[in-house]
Design a protein around this ligand. Structure first.
Ligand code: FMN
Length: 475
C-alpha cells in the first residue's frame, strides 16, 4: 500500500542563500565571508553542479532595529538581489536566478524592466519572488509617511503583477526582424503601450524590452495569510512556503493551494510549491544527533539567544546571562511600527513568554536553551539515504514539489547535499540526471506564461477576469 498520489514526481531544489541571521553559522572557523562575491559564485556553481532549479536571494531594504539599536541578526552588507544575480548570470549557464523584490515600495514600469533585463541577459533564467513586505519601518526609506495595511498591500500587489505582466507581454514574439534583410528592425505595430488608470497606478508605459526565451520571469510568492494565498492562486507560478518540516502540515497547505487554484480557474498543478528548509546530513545514523546539536548550538550562540529573546521581550537583554533563566518580568508589548522588525509580531509577546516559561520549567531550560528549542530551523536530518527517502515521499504524496534549501554553512553548506544526497535521490529516480531545458520555467516543469496561455494574445488576463486592469494599444 502506498499513499503516493504522484508516483513519478521528482524533487526540485532551490538554494536560498540567506545571509547573516540565526540560520547561517557565520561565527564558526569553517565559515567563509558572508559578503564576498566569490562566496555567491561558489554556492551558485555548487548548486548548478547539483542540477538545482534555482539560486534564490531574499530582500531587505532596511536593517531591523529595536529601541534605536540595529539588530545584529540581519541580512547585512548585501547588494540588491537583481544586481547580484546579473553578475551571477554571466558565470552560470543553467541555474535559475530568483530575485526577491518587494511590491509595496517599487513601481511596475521600473521593476518589470529590471527583471526583464535579468531574464534576457540570462537567457530566460530569471524569477521574481513578489513579496509585499511586512516591515512597516521600510516605508521611512521612501518618506511615504505611512504604511498600507495588510489587505491594501495585497490589493496593490495584484494590480502591480497585472501591470508587470502586461509590460512583459507588450512586445509580440515576432517584434524584432529575424534577419538583416528585414525592412524594419522593429516590426511596426508589434509593441503595445500599457495603459492603466486606477487607484493604484496611473501609468502609460511603452516598454523597452522584448520577451525572453521563457516569455517572462517566473513569478514566485512568499506570504502565508489567506490574502497571500489568494494572491498566489491568482498570480504566482511558484510558492516559497513556510511549510517545510511536518508532512501533514505541508499536505494541508498544498491541498489548500490546490483548492484556491481550482477556484481561480487554474489547473491544480499550475503552481509549484517549494518550502524553505534546512538539511543536516551525517554519513552514519549514529552521528546524526550530534551533528544536529552542533548546528543548533552554533546557530544560536549566547549573544544570538539574548537578541532573539530580547526581540520578544521588547527590550535589550544583552547584559543578561544566556545560561541563566528567562527574564522574570513580562515582555513590553509594542506595536510593530515601534518594534521595527520584531519577529512573531502576529502573536502577543505575553502569550509567547507564557509558553516559553512553561517550556523552560518543564524541561529545566536556560534562556539560551529555550531560544535553541524555539528557533529550531525547519527541516530534515539523517543519513543521505534516509533524507532521500523522506524527500521523495514528500513530493510523491503531493506535500510539495521540492525544497528551497538554506545551507547552514556558507559557502560550503551545499557540498554534502550535492555530493551525498543527490546521488541517493537519483538512485530513487526522484531527481534529474541532467538539465533537459534551458530556462527556469522549463526546469520547474511550468507551462507557458499565464497570460499567453489562457487569453487571446492582445488581452491582459487581469483585464479579462476582473473587467479592470491594464489595457494595451498597438504602437
Ligand atoms: C518564506 C517567506 C519568505 C519571505 N521573504 C521575504 C523577503 O525576502 N523580503 C521581504 O520583504 N519579505 C519577505 N517575506 C514577507 C512577505 O513579504 C509578507 O510581507 C509577509 O509574509 C506578510 O504576508 P502574509 O501575512 O501573507 O504572510 C517572506 C515571507 C515568507 C513566508
Amino acid at each position: 500500500m502506498t499513499d503516493d498520489r504522484f508516483p513519478d514526481a521528482t524533487v526540485h531544489f532551490g538554494v536560498f542563500l540567506q545571509g547573516v541571521n540565526h540560520t547561517t553559522i557565520w561565527s564558526d572557523a569553517t565559515s567563509g565571508s558572508q559578503i564576498d562575491f566569490e562566496t555567491f559564485r561558489r554556492v551558485a556553481a555548487t548548486a548548478e553542479r547539483g542540477l538545482f532549479d534555482a539560486f534564490f536571494l531574499g530582500d531587505g531594504q532596511r536593517l531591523r532595529e529595536q529601541d534605536g539599536k540595529i539588530l545584529d541578526l540581519d541580512i547585512a552588507g548585501r547588494p540588491d538581489s537583481i544586481t547580484q544575480l546579473a553578475a551571477l548570470a554571466g558565470l552560470t549557464r543553467h541555474i535559475g536566478l530568483v530575485a526577491t523584490q518587494n511590491i509595496t515600495y517599487n513601481e511596475p514600469a521600473d521593476l518589470a524592466r529590471k527583471l526583464a533585463g535579468l531574464d534576457l541577459l540570462s537567457g530566460g533564467r530569471a524569477g521574481w519572488n513578489a513579496v509585499t513586505t511586512d516591515n512597516a519601518w521600510t516605508g521611512a526609506n521612501f518618506r511615504r509617511g505611512g504604511f498600507a495595511d495588510h489587505a491594501q498591500r495585497y490589493e496593490r500587489a495584484g494590480a502591480f503583477v497585472e501591470t508587470a505582466r502586461a509590460i512583459w507581454d507588450s512586445w509580440s514574439d515576432s517584434a524584432i526582424a529575424s534577419s538583416s534583410h528585414g525592412s524594419d528592425w522593429l516590426i511596426p505595430g508589434s509593441v503595445r503601450t500599457v495603459e492603466r488608470d486606477d487607484q493604484h497606478f496611473q501609468v502609460s508605459i511603452t516598454p523597452t524590452l522584448p520577451r525572453s526565451p521563457q516569455g517572462h520571469p517566473v513569478i514566485f510568492q512568499a506570504g502565508d495569510s489567506s490574502d497571500g494565498r489568494d494572491f498566489a492562486a491568482a498570480h504566482a507560478e511558484v510558492i516559497f512556503s513556510r511549510h517545510g518540516t511536518h508532512v501533514d502540515q505541508a499536505l494541508e497547505f498544498a491541498d489548500d493551494i490546490r483548492a484556491r487554484l481550482r477556484a481561480a480557474g487554474r489547473p491544480e498543478d499550475d503552481i509549484k510549491i517549494l518550502p524553505g528548509t534546512q538539511i543536516v546530513l551525517a554519513e552514519k545514523e549514529s552521528e546524526v544527533p550530534e551533528k544536529v546539536r552542533w548546528v543548533l548550538e552554533n546557530q544560536v550562540t549566547g549573544p544570538t539567544a539574548l537578541s532573539l529573546v530580547g526581540q520578544i521581550w521588547g527590550k535589550d537583554l544583552s547584559d543578561r546571562d544566556p545560561d541563566g533563566p528567562l527574564p522574570a518580568e513580562d515582555p513590553v508589548s509594542k506595536p510593530i511600527s515601534e518594534t521595527r522588525g520584531t519577529p512573531r509580531h502576529g502573536r502577543d509577546p505575553i502569550e509567547i513568554a507564557r509558553d516559553w516559561r512553561e517550556l523552560a520549567e518543564a524541561k529545566n531550560l536556560s534562556l539560551r536553551q529555550v531560544a535553541i528549542e524555539t528557533s529550531q530551523r525547519s527541516g530534515f536530518a539523517g543519513t543521505p539515504g534516509q533524507v532521500a527517502d523522506e524527500l521523495t515521499r514528500w513530493v510523491r504524496r503531493g506535500a510539495s514539489d521540492g525544497f528551497n534549501i538554506s545551507p547552514y554553512l556558507v559557502p560550503t553548506g551545499l557540498d554534502e547535499i550535492v555530493d551525498w544526497l543527490i546521488p541517493e535521490l537519483q538512485e530513487r529516480h526522484s531527481y534529474r540526471t541532467e538539465y533537459t531545458g534551458s530556462t527556469l520555467r522549463e526546469h520547474l516543469g511550468l507551462r507557458a506564461p499565464l497570460t499567453r496561455r489562457v487569453t487571446a494574445p492582445d488581452v491582459d488576463m487581469g483585464a479579462r477576469r476582473t473587467g479592470k486592469g491594464p489595457s494595451s494599444s498597438a504602437n
